[in-house]
Write a protein that binds this ligand. Sequence first.
Ligand SMILES: [Zn+2]
Length: 664
Amino acid sequence: MTLGVCYYPDHWPRERWAQDAKQMKELGIERVRIGEFAWSLIEPEPGRYDFEWLDAAFDTLHDAGLGVILGTPTSTAPKWLVDQNPGMLPVGADGRVRGFGSRKHYCHRNATYRQESDRIVSALAERYASHPALVAWQTDNEYGCHDTTRCWCDTCRSEFRTWLKDRYQTVDALNEAWWTVFWSQTYRSFDEVELPEQGVTETNPSHRLDFYRFASDGVVGYNRVQVDAIRKHSDLPITHNSMGLFPDYDHVDLVDDLDVIAWDNYPLGNLEESPFPDDIKQKYLRVGHPDLVSMSHDLYRGLKNLPHWIMEQQPGQVNWASNNPLPAEGAVRLWSFQAFGQGAEMVSYFRWRAAVGAQELMHAGLLKHDGTPDQAFKEAGIVNSERAAFDGDTVRERLSSAAAVQEDAPVAILVDYDDMWSSQIQPHAQGFGYWTAMFGLYEPLQEMGVRVDLVPKKRLTMDGDRGRSLDGYKLVLAPAMQITTEPLAKVLTDYVAGGGRLLLGARAGSKTASNLAHMQQPGHLSDTIGAQVVRVDGLRPGVTRTVTAGSQTWTYATWGDLIDASGGAQVLATYDDPACQGSAAYVARSHGQGEFRLLGALLDLPSMRSLLKDWLNDLGVRTWDLPDGVRRHGPYLANYLGETQSALGHTLPPFGVVKLDLGE
Ligand SMILES: [Zn+2]
């Protein structure tokens, strides 16, 4: 367990730095991230570097015994650079150039900006690689933030055509992959293809999916420029701070070039901006939704199957959400141990001291504007004093053997950005969302204290270090797994044949890799499962319906896949709505030593909990009856409600967290 903080020495008088550093050290801080927005100070004029202040900041932090994580400053290019190279500015789908004055004002594919990024990152790497304070690098800041992954500039149009040519070789193959026969979209050459989402109405969903992939590749390629520049001078770990469930680029691709993945954890801002209903937003007003945060931790831990970092941990109210409530007393401590329990090895608070000016002046820090301690300062100190007693069962130890993984997380949920984009592009029901579908399976497991791994779907069909296996998981869940291919179907079938249990959720196997409909749903798995989705029902928000499962009645909303089980599957539940004409909603079929199940309806929380609890207990997986708002995070037990609760022999104060005595 390591504590860190994000610090902007450039914002404060130099006379203050030594005091700040001493205070950080006394608080238990070990790593300090600096530099990631300071380009105009590092290079005030083209080609004239001013490292003097940054040298002094490094030395000051080093003298206090602190390690430095140096952020590259590329998410805020200086005005002179924009004026020299206006072509670097990103362009929105509306054709409008997005200008200087905030941040992220660059296109990831602009060649000049890539060269300039290489230059500034190389200069920093050359100067600081051997500084004794340096412990790690962070590339850029929050890739894709403010809708900057996708860009409609001339460079992007031209490079998209090249990207398509590489992918499809011939324009005929593209026409077939996109089914351009529809609405007279047939292209005669790649040079005729425009960027999507600028049409009169909805543009071709296959075209859009490829554009999303292309844009994601742009982010990954841009990051690689920086990684390559750093690597010429430094072997220290390189990370990037991503944003929770941010969907716009494929994080699985990004992390292959990084040593550690980090994410920025803002539980209150993220809940406020989420699609959760008002009653949930009010219930978790001051601590955020525990499962929304845990799911992000599990996502990032799963991207590399290694401990991750929290580069920015919310310390108080933020400035960027629609509403910005204060966190509860104890929330910062709670979030810190939640992070460690879910697999993080560092929690770094954002920021050291509240800014007195500019866009983030309403964002809290560990210190207030006047430099005196705020609530989070006190709680970071408590985390520091407790962490020795709370440590022990470290994630790295748990991840060191496959057997430990199986013991630790009996359930895997598959995650995939192509599936996410396919859902986004054609939701077919207003309430249908990829993360919402995943959350419908994730939340009941958290309520029962069952640990979950999020496993990137695309790694299942990769070889070597990049590949992942499902071996050892008792149960694998595949929510909204729209896109299936033959190689994927084989991996999943082998897993089941070997004794695994696989639940396919709504819309599974409905699309090909180029976002066309499979002739049969769920794709290549239909015959093996002995069932087919024959019709779909996209319901408006607020509408609920039921299915009958033996003696139980389950409720669902938003989506129903109507299943024909005449191919040999066993029917476990049927729809009650007369419009569904008695279709199956949930079917099962044994295969080899294991079992497939296909669940077409998006069940509500109590129904899904009931389904999973019975199944897990049958499989010998232990579940807990935790009180409302109480969660298990590995070795810790946490209370997300503002009242004292009892669970598993522990008394939990409001918003409290204790080390769990599993006693087994
Ligand atoms: Zn562009």
